[in-house]
Design a protein around this ligand. Structure first.
Ligand code: SP5
Ligand code: ZN
Length: 347
């Protein structure tokens, strides 16, 4: 049986023109074509059915994962972005250069909790999370896919896939960054929590610092993550093995650059053993394909066939499971990876 996949066309209106990477402007890796490729790969292998749910995510569910003041800031910024950017550039006598499809890029990252002023809030913590006129709507629809995926599990589905874009796992209670605005996986975990304990498994290449932040103090949620060692890769400040959660409910497994299939699968089994021991009622998987050997911003060595093994290993835990799309930037190969992964999931 194909996997029920929740999809929204609204992601495409979030399309930043570039990102500022180590002092240079480079093409924005987190591009709309990612979703097109993921969808096409599953479609041509007949592994998924696609549905576009109505926008019914409850505001109070969003507010369980995020500070309402951050939500209000983000929504307002997206609505007013043209005027906001024009005002910023008018300070430098360059207002007339602001035109077209404008994105706000944060450029000052002060120490948290010290620098908020009435006119300026520092909810965005890096320069790779630009906000344009379509960004709020895209992020809201992305979260809505995770919400509907969780509802599918609550209604008895054994597995579902939220084809989220923008991704979410770098967005915390009151911060946005790393291409992420609303934390789709954490929102799904809160939607599932009324039925019982929930585990999150984050297999994106980068540490899910936002998910860890949101779920840190939730005794009935276990957060587990396999990711590049933050000593050498983004997000650097967080994701170390000694971060264990307020209730010993966080497991971080940092892995070195160059990690291959064998080492990765061993680490995965350790995380899955921890999840089994937690005895959750449901599993949320933050699914990143940036662990691929040819990913342009990452350094693991997984090949397409490894995703089948990973999907199979997760399925063997036997929990109702929601897969939430996170990263993956080897765009032309994403369809192959998704097909390999879900063929393993579906068996
Ligand atoms: C959701 C997600 O995967 N977000 C990733 C955000 C990562 N942004 C920082 C990337 C820094 C990459 N390091 C440079 C390597 C270029 N060869
Ligand atoms: Zn990533």
């Amino acid at each position: 049986m194909p996997i029920r996949t929740f999809y929204s066309p609204n992601h495409a209106a979030h399309n930043p023109p570039f990102e500022f990477l180590h002092g240079r402007n480079v093409p924005f890796f987190e591009m709309p074509r990612r979703v097109d490729m993921l969808r096409a790969g599953l479609d041509s292998a007949a592994l998924a059915t696609f549905e576009s749910p109505p926008l019914t995510i409850p505001r109070d569910l969003l507010a369980q994962a995020h500070d309402p003041a951050m939500l209000a800031y983000f929504e307002q910024l997206s609505a007013d972005v043209f005027d906001k950017v024009r005002t910023d550039f008018s300070i430098y006598h360059m207002a007339d250069t602001v035109s077209g499809d404008v994105y706000y890029y944060e450029s000052v990252f002060p120490k948290r909790g010290r620098a908020d002023t009435p006119g300026r809030k520092f909810y965005i913590y890096d320069s790779t999370s630009p906000v344009g006129a379509g960004t709020w709507d895209a992020a809201l629809h992305s979260a809505n896919l995770a919400y509907h995926g969780a509802q599918a599990l609550l209604n008895g589905e054994r597995a579902a896939y939220a084809l989220c874009r923008p991704p979410g796992h770098h967005a915390g209670r009151d911060f946005m960054g790393g291409y992420c605005y609303l934390n789709n996986a954490a929102i799904a975990a809160y939607a599932l929590l009324p039925r019982g304990a929930v585990a999150v498994l984050d297999i994106d290449y980068h540490h899910g610092n936002g998910t860890q932040d949101i779920l840190w103090d939730e005794p009935n949620v276990l957060f587990t993550s396999l990711h590049a060692d933050p000593n050498v890769d983004y997000p650097y400040y967080c994701g170390y093995a000694d971060e264990r959660g307020a209730h010993n409910n966080t497991l971080n497994v940092p892995l070195p650059h160059g990690t291959n299939s064998a080492a990765y699968l061993t680490a995965l089994e350790a995380a899955l053993a921890r999840i089994r021991a937690f005895e959750p009622t449901a599993l949320v998987v933050s699914l990143g394909f940036d662990t691929f050997k040819d990913d342009p911003i990452a350094s693991f060595k997984l090949d397409v066939a490894d995703y089948t093994r990973i999907g199979r290993a997760i399925t063997q835990v036997g929990l109702p499971t929601l897969y939430v799309q996170e990263g993956g930037y080897a765009v032309e190969r994403l369809g192959d990876m998704a097909a390999a992964f879900f063929s393993g999931v579906l068996g």
